[in-house]
Design a protein around this ligand. Structure first.
Ligand SMILES: [Zn+2]
Length: 232
């Protein structure tokens, strides 16, 4: 969240708070109903006409700019947190040459959980999971769950793959760790045949509004019907 005019290599991912509010309203205007991620997946009868909001990484700007808007609009969301980033900065982005951003503190995450936001894991260090050894993979997936559960005093049931990178081996470890659902970055709609460990998403960028949003939603539904390519 924040100004898309920031000096970032992913500045298209920065969304003005005002635009974020417009984006949420665009879903409501289209008669979509906000749902918790778990409900979206657990109740196939309600799969149409619902949307769930997720945020990856756990930037301070998410807590300070996006979460108050979600609370005010009574829209639930799942926040996926990089455990080693808590109270620090985004070293995984900086390694790729990106600008410094501060990450939520433990106290902020506890408060967000108290406010009703679901907290999920986005790994320990934000690596590309498919490139890790089995032992490293288990650390990233198992230890991040345990750390967040210890921090929050509640179960952590959801996971988000860093960079959306996952394969059968990664999904297997996520299942073994006890997560019940995990989100990827594939553009698609959630249907009754969606793999709960590869939940697709629509990437909302600074300009995902109007025809841009309509186009993404159309491509998501086409992907669900097996038509065309899926690109976020
Ligand atoms: Zn991420």
């Amino acid at each position: 969240m924040g100004s898309p005019f920031v000096r970032s290599i992913v500045r298209g991912q920065y969304v003005f708070p005002r635009v974020f509010r417009w984006q949420l309203n665009a879903f409501l205007t289209r008669q979509y109903h906000p749902a918790k991620l778990a409900n979206l997946l657990n109740d196939p009868a309600q799969l149409t006409g619902q949307f769930a909001v997720t945020f990856d990484d756990g930037y301070t700007s998410m807590a300070r700019l996006a979460c108050p808007i979600l609370l005010e609009m009574r829209i639930p969301a799942t926040l996926f947190i990089v455990v080693e980033g808590i109270g620090k900065t985004n070293v995984w982005d900086q390694r790729e040459g990106d600008c410094v951003e501060t990450m939520c503190t433990a106290a902020e995450l506890r408060e967000l959980a108290e406010q009703g936001f679901e907290i999920g894991s986005h790994s320990m260090n934000h690596p590309r999971l498919t490139r890790l050894t089995d032992a490293e993979l288990r650390t990233e997936i198992f230890d991040s769950k345990k750390a967040l559960e210890d921090l929050l005093g509640r179960p952590v049931l959801s996971f988000s793959y860093p960079y959306g990178e996952q394969d059968a081996r990664v999904r297997q470890v996520v299942a073994e760790a006890g997560y019940t659902y995990a989100t990827a970055t594939t553009l698609n709609a959630v249907t009754s045949v969606t793999d709960p460990l590869a939940v697709p998403r629509v990437n909302m960028r600074w300009n995902t509004l109007g025809p841009e949003l309509a186009g993404k939603l159309r491509r998501a539904y086409q992907a669900a019907e097996g038509i065309g390519d899926a690109h976020t």
